[in-house]
Design a protein around this ligand. Structure first.
Ligand code: IMP
Length: 435
């Protein structure tokens, strides 16, 4: 039973808490895409951790964590994160593995990210400025530098040529700045010295683990609508956050993925630019932002907020093959008199019940809402489905109906224990919750 847990909206769905909570059911937690643009917030015993590159399972000493080839790794960001959690008493020695095929984010990528955004002007993507896009550009352009290229046995000449070529290209693009490729090259030796103990062929590692009956969780970063192929292009990240990214980003076959659980907030948020049909630009949007502390965990930017969008969710069910949904931040909706769920769109007066593939059409979509009753008794901290107010249970039933997928897990607060696992659901065969 190897389960994928991934974002069904525009990222920030609260995957970190869910992955951390379910981790004791698994031997491995593997990330398959993205980089330190992710920000997975996890609270353990009241202490807050923001994990960017490390899989959220890292907080559990008995679990091994994998950074797959599908990621782009900024070595300095990785080392800083390792230092941070080591200082908090969490040892990663012997249980953190980084794919030798993962591409590196190097100093020039960040500058190119900022430059590319500036050049786009009003059409900017609103990236996290971490150099993610440029590093993936180099990967696809076949000029990237991979972790394994730093090894003693790798060709020094090829590495030197690649560094020189990339730095010269960057110097050509950025006026009045001169980066010395020799310095970048020299810096790679120190990076390798520190990285070497973690480097592995993760495809082999996972294959052996799965064959010997060990269970693996696949942890997505960002979300379906930020996927480079299936998201709201061009307002997307540069990797495959959807299920397909698991196979390519880790080097495993699709039959090893036993189940797929999407994570979605009880409402919708988005950071960065791009169309967002159910966005609330009024006081209601601000109420969600305040109630849900909707400010980016990596960049601190205020998140755009809106009602739950079932059209987008049905799309996430289709492109990921979702078996089940986890709904997070249910408690943020406590105290709303009425709630709305977007069930379809109209474009120029015509009904549309699927998510359009063309961004211009999405920008013209008007949401069609179903209004439902809110609840006054709190859901905050509820740990059993029966303890939820009637209207909250009805809200979940409506989400299941309009999304066409069962809601198996509900998060009612930031603490690990503020979670409901529905005992009558498929997920009860996948995992148990810690006491
Ligand atoms: P990039 O990944 O930094 O290139 O940013 C591309 C788009 O993805 C921007 O709209 C970012 O705000 C968004 N994005 C990237 N990572 C995350 C995330 O972890 N959560 C939510 N949005 C993200």
């Amino acid at each position: 039973m190897n389960i994928a847990v991934l974002g069904a909206q525009w990222g920030d769905e609260g995957k970190g808490k869910i992955v951390d909570l379910l981790t004791p059911n698994f031997s491995f937690v593997s990330r398959y895409q993205g980089g330190h643009n992710a920000g997975h917030t996890v609270y353990v015993n009241g202490r807050k951790f923001i994990l960017r590159l490390l899989p959220s399972g890292i907080l559990h000493a008995s679990v091994s964590c994998i950074i797959g080839n599908g990621l782009v790794v900024d070595p300095q960001a990785l080392f800083a994160e390792i230092d941070e959690i080591t200082a908090a008493g969490i040892d990663v020695t012997g249980r953190l593995f980084v794919s030798s095929k993962a591409h590196l984010i190097l100093p020039y990528h960040k500058e190119l990210d900022v430059l590319s955004e500036a050049k786009r002007g009003e059409r900017k993507i609103g990236t996290t400025s971490r150099g993610i896009g440029p590093a993936y550009e180099d990967k696809i352009g076949r000029r990237g530098i991979r972790v394994g290229d730093l090894a003693e046995h790798a060709s020094r000449q090829m590495l030197e040529d690649a560094v020189r070529h990339n730095v010269e290209a960057r110097n050509h693009l950025i006026p009045d700045a001169h980066m010395d490729w020799r310095e970048v090259l020299a810096g790679l030796d120190a990076i390798w010295t520190r990285l070497r103990p973690f480097v592995a062929d993760v495809s082999v590692l996972l294959d052996e683990a799965i064959r010997s009956g060990k269970r693996v969780m696949f942890e997505g970063a960002q979300g379906t609508l930020l996927d480079i192929d299936h998201g709201t292009y061009p307002y997307v990240t540069s990797s495959n956050a959807t299920t397909g990214g698991i196979c390519t980003g880790l080097g495993i076959g699709p039959r090893h993925i036993t189940g797929v659980m999407g994570v979605a907030k009880a409402y919708t948020t988005r950071v960065g630019e791009g169309p967002f049909p159910s966005e609330l630009l009024d006081d209601m949007g601000q109420k969600l932002r305040d109630g849900g502390s909707e400010y980016g965990s990596v960049t601190g930017r205020p998140r755009r907020c809106g009602w739950f969008d079932a059209v987008a969710l049905r799309y996430a069910v289709r492109v990921n093959g979702l078996d089940a949904l986890a709904i997070t931040k249910m408690d943020v909706l406590d105290g709303f008199e009425t709630l709305k769920i977007c069930t379809s769109y109209t474009v120029g007066g015509q009904a549309l019940d699927h998510f359009p593939s063309e961004i211009g059409q999405l920008a013209r979509c008007e949401p069609v809402y179903r209004e439902v009753k809110g609840w006054t008794a709190p859901t905050a901290g509820a740990r059993r489905f029966e303890d939820l107010p009637d209207e909250a249970r009805a809200y979940i039933a409506t989400l299941e109906e309009v999304c066409g997928v069962p809601v198996v897990l509900i998060s009612t607060g930031s603490d690990r224990h503020d979670t409901i696992l529905r005992s009558d659901s498929l997920a009860a065969r996948w995992f148990t919750l810690p006491d």
